[in-house]
Design a protein around this ligand. Sequence first.
Ligand code: ZN
Length: 512
Amino acid sequence: MLTSGMETLRKAPEAALLAVCVAFALLAAPVCRAQNAPPPSSMPAAAGPSIMDRLNAMMAGGPSAWTPEQVATMAKLRDAAMKDPYAVNELRHLTDNIGPRLAGGPQAQQAVEYVAAEMRALGAEVTLEKAMVPHWVRGAETGELVAWPGMTPGTKQKIVLTALGGSVATPADGLTAEVVVVDNWDQLRALPPGAVKGKILLFNHPFDKELAAVGNGLMAYVGGVVYRGAGPIAGGAVGAVAVLVRSVGGADYRLPHTGMTEYAPGVEKIPAAAVTAEDADLLADLTAQGPVTMHLTLTPQTLPDAQSYNVIADWKGTEHPEQVVIVSGHLDSWDLGTGAIDDGAGVVVSMQAIHLLKELGIRPRRTVRFIAWMCEEQGSQGAAQYMVDHAGDVANHTGAIETDLGADHPTGIYYAGKPALGGWLRPVAGVLDAIGAPTLNASEDTGEDIDGLTAKGVPSFAPVQDSRFYFNYHHTAADTFDKIDPKHLNENAAVVTVLAYALADAKDAAPR
Ligand SMILES: [Zn+2]
């Protein structure tokens, strides 16, 4: 959290400004004089960093890692990002034109080729680095109740659901079984032996909407996602014939949320699907009244692993081209929507960083490396391959940024690594204050694809994003281009562009 300087400013701007003017006067800086009177004709007009930028750098306390000229460049990049439609246009193409980008499929490959071509057109050095990825494809997916307490004879009741990624199939004509509902692991453990054998097991763990509503969307997600990930293993271990999980998401529009699930060696692989929150409530209500029988059909297929690629585009540094700062998002998406907020947005704001460095003619000291990661959604195989391919070169990675929490308003930067990073970044936060993104939050995690680098001591970063609404659409058919607010997308582009430049051009690399 950014304290001291900016807080002082907000509470008493007049006094703070006065104090800084006095300090600048002592340093014989012309900029303060310009507040009250035009500069003498012998003095150049104030063209360098704005008073706010210098003020921010100064109020941060201690020497800055960046010169006033570099801080001014950050401000220029920020302002350019706010005006430039490049990111929005790229996202429109990825989502509306190319569509969903399920790993291993033809649209993911098309996206690889498209992004590579766009980066080449900017003059970046583009490499496609191979990675093998799973190739799972969705099939039919239907659920219906065939027997329940109080039913009207001869009727059925539809259950809205979607297969979880990686799920095995039911028989082609489906399976029919009684439904058992538990809210959590403890309730499953408390059932008598054999209670779930031959049945469909529903994990009805609610997404904590109140937690999300106050901005802790990721925490709400983590609370529920363990059941999606491990539910089929737990169900398989107790003899269930299928597992259902309550969708891990917050909206009330009867939307099922897909996502990856897991199997374990030695445990029967059983079909797995997410039901909507509304249908989970329905099943909980009816099973509390008496036996409920459901017919479930899921026909996904797991095809042979496919060769795919991380798209890597280097904007070469001038002094230390071998040292790299990664700016990234993941190019693959789920297949229900078109992957706008997850994670087309993260890819295009990262593309924007390279685009703006080109537009403004900026070559930082170090290389800015754009990466569109492949297959984050189904196990981060692209990122894992990168760690193998670059194992001998981790020391030259001086920073890594990933954006993968949507496209809503950013309020600052998450950083993982040395606590000193917080103080070091204060001048950057000062520049981002103008777009409402001045906070600096220490975090253990910054992004799934850069976790491997973080674990090896590479300072890593992510925008702190408003997560109140992200999980309403996450992994659903409603993750589409219309969910993007261009202003918010540009704010995210500004955060990652300014940060990537700051990391790449600082005289000394970020503390590690
Ligand atoms: Zn994602």
